[in-house]
Design a protein around this ligand. Structure first.
Ligand code: COA
Length: 174
């Protein structure tokens, strides 16, 4: 429905269960994106998550990311919306086998465009673990600007880690 040169964003389908389960049971993935405890996720947990992805329930807006071979390669979405302030908090994950092909950067471009053009959001915000070079580059390539550092916000791998806040304003922002 929303597509670029490498990937399209679509709704999640029941057939996405196995791929999703594999993606979120990869420690490197959890290490880079989960601020909570990186527990493994069961098939039942993933089924429950998948069941919640409906265009009839609103609060979180998650897209499946698919390549042009038809493979599910990851997910991205708006994890929190503050409608009064027209603020959206975004997140993205590309499964390990599909990384480094430009998918994340393009999916984020499509998602940002959707947020401004279709949701009329004004400000998009992301929190990135400071060690997550790929995520920082993916957001900065899409015009997100570093606004600050939350020092020692995260306990990961037995050490305190900084978290970087980046944001992007709507094209018509003053
Ligand atoms: C962050 C993430 C979405 C990037 O997706 P991707 O499809 O692999 O990224 P791209 O191929 O578009 O590359 C983005 C940039 O990161 C760079 N990059 C890719 N892998 C990298 C790595 N391991 N270390 C450093 N830079 C890396 C690429 O060179 C590219 O930079 P460039 O445009 O300056 O060359 C993906 O790595 C991911 O899902 N990671 C796990 C979950 C996560 O961290 N999510 C983000 C939470 S904020």
């Amino acid at each position: 429905m929303y597509e670029g040169k490498l990937v399209r964003l679509r709704a999640f389908e029941s057939g996405d269960l196995d791929a999703n389960h594999a993606f979120v049971n990869d420690y490197e993935t959890l290490r880079g994106m989960m601020s909570g405890i990186p527990f493994p996720s069961s098939m039942g947990d993933e089924q429950q998550w998948l069941n919640q992805q409906s265009s009839y329930t609103r609060g979180e807006y998650q897209f499946a990311i698919e390549d042009f071979e038809g493979d599910l390669v990851g997910r991205c979405g708006i994890i929190r919306v503050d409608w009064k302030n027209r603020l959206g908090e975004l997140a993205i994950m590309i499964g390990t086998p599909y990384r480094g092909k430009g998918y994340g950067t393009e999916a984020m471009a499509i998602l940002s465009d959707f947020c401004f053009r279709e949701m009329n959001l004004h400000r998009l915000k992301v929190s990135v673990f400071a060690f997550n070079e790929a995520a920082l580059r993916c957001y900065e390539a899409n015009g997100f600007v570093r606004e600050g550092v939350l020092r020692q916000e995260l306990w990961r791998d037995g050490a305190w880690r900084d978290v970087v806040i980046l944001a992007k304003l709507a094209p018509d922002a003053g």
